[in-house]
Design a protein around this ligand. Structure first.
Ligand code: HEM
Length: 412
């Protein structure tokens, strides 16, 4: 009989890199450097006592993402090994949705999601974002100062996603509060998970009662025949998968643009498209850092390490993008498809084009209406939210010439 060494043995000389520490948000590079020093696969902790293999090498990452015969997305064997109150369970526990499914179940859920998102036409999506930006720009414009995370990117995504999911704008704060706590994976994660779960349950119950022209209603009527419970879990996934990382894509892009005045002027003059700035974030500061979570189906030798089953194998999109920043000196890699920030293989993000459109439209409209945004703090003094899974600014304070929007939405 084959006996396998315990998971830690390959890393016996390395203490796990603790991604749950405060310092990770402040200085992720040093944590990623420590992981890379261990080889293609490093040993980390996602929460105290929750170990994981972190994949920091591009080739190894592609192998994990594409090889679904060796790697599964189903966390249940791992879940049986963790404490019930572990703060990362909110983000990692199994639910009957596309992200945690393999094979035919996965295909069924994923196809339904792709089909309903395909019903959202680009011009319609652009108009929804435009309306939401206008509303927020109208609110912050007269003050001449704002926090572009708390007063723009977060409420913007709450407005856009609630609108796509058929909820009134007034629901934004509830969405923000529940999801934000769950994503940080800290002491309030369980409460956030419960609040967000209740939010989604109420939403799907309302749509089951009375259909609307929105994503949950289309999912309920999709020919795949998803039950109301299955629709609830696809909504739980997509609303969360969309809201938090897209908020961070927009705020990370804004912070990079505003931190570089020469670059900002090329965007506001139209010399470079805003899409460039958004794509640059995907190359260098991806919002979803360590959330490509896989599990070896059986113990396997992989890039010099024994991977045990029931231990998360996490593709570190964050380590991969930060390595790109270092290796290419801040310039974008010549190949657009080089970054892996959308993942790859069967679970690759199904709504890349929608996301790029939302983020680009958001930045373009904001900088059009408030063209002289000035950061209050240098980029290195900005603070980042804790948590192993994301790269998320706490705040992005700016100043600008006060403006009011006339009723047509044009700046005056
Ligand atoms: C409209 C916004 C978005 C929505 C609705 C959305 C939705 C989803 C869904 C449903 C999945 C699971 C697909 C599957 O398992 O088959 C997924 C995967 C993924 N998404 Fe997105 N997403 C959005 C934005 C983003 C953003 C901004 C990023 C980061 C740049 C991102 C990165 C990813 C990655 C890396 C995966 C694959 C994770 C893995 O391999 O396990 N997504 N997304």
């Amino acid at each position: 009989m084959t006996t396998y060494p315990p998971a830690q043995e390959a890393f016996s000389r390395s203490a796990p890199v603790r991604l749950w520490e405060e310092g990770f948000a402040r200085d992720p590079d040093s944590y990623y450097d420590a992981l890379r020093a261990q080889g293609a696969v490093g040993w980390a902790e996602l929460a105290p006592g929750v170990p994981a293999y972190l994949v920091t090498d591009r080739q190894a990452a592609l192998e994990v993402l594409r090889d679904d015969a060796t790697f599964s997305h189903d966390p249940r064997p791992w879940e049986a090994t963790v404490a019930d109150d572990s703060p990362v369970l909110g983000m990692m526990r199994w639910r009957p949705n596309a992200l945690f499914a393999d094979g035919t179940d996965h295909l069924r859920y994923r196809t339904a999601l792709i089909d309903v998102f395909d019903r959202v036409e680009p011009h319609d999506l652009r108009a929804r974002v435009h309306r939401a930006v206008r509303r927020l720009a109208g609110r912050i414009g007269p003050a001449g100062q704002a926090d572009l995370v708390g007063e723009f990117a977060r409420p913007l995504m709450a407005l856009v996603f609630n609108n796509l999911f058929g909820l009134p704008d007034s629901y934004g704060d509830r969405l923000n509060a529940g999801l934000g706590k769950m994503m940080e994976g800290g002491a309030q994660a369980a409460q956030g998970e419960a609040e967000y779960g209740q939010y989604v349950l109420e939403l799907v119950a309302a749509k089951t009662e009375q259909r609307g022209d929105d994503l949950p209603s289309w999912l309920l009527d999709h020919p795949a025949g998803l039950t109301a419970d299955e629709v609830t879990w696809q909504v739980f996934l997509t609303l969360g998968a969309g809201y938090e990382p897209t908020t961070n894509l927009v705020s990370n892009a804004l912070s990079r643009i505003l931190g570089n005045p020469a670059y900002y002027s090329t965007l506001t003059s139209g010399a470079r498209p805003v899409l460039d700035a958004v794509v640059e974030v995907l190359h260098h500061e991806t919002p979803l850092t360590n959330y490509g979570v896989y599990y070896a189906r059986r113990p396997v030798a992989f890039h010099g390490v024994w991977l045990r089953d029931a231990v998360p194998v996490v593709v570190s999109f964050g380590a991969l993008t930060r390595a790109a920043e270092r290796d290419h000196g801040g310039a974008r890699h010549p190949a657009d498809a080089w970054h892996l920030s959308w993942g790859a293989g069967p679970h690759t993000c199904p709504v890349k084009q929608h996301t790029l459109l939302i983020a680009t439209e958001a930045v373009e409209r904001l900088t059009q209406w408030l063209p002289d945004l000035q950061p209050v703090l240098p980029r290195e003094r900005l603070s980042w939210r804790p948590g192993p899974f994301h790269r998320s600014l706490t705040a992005l304070p700016v100043r600008f010439s006060p403006r009011t929007l006339d009723p047509s939405g044009d700046p005056s």
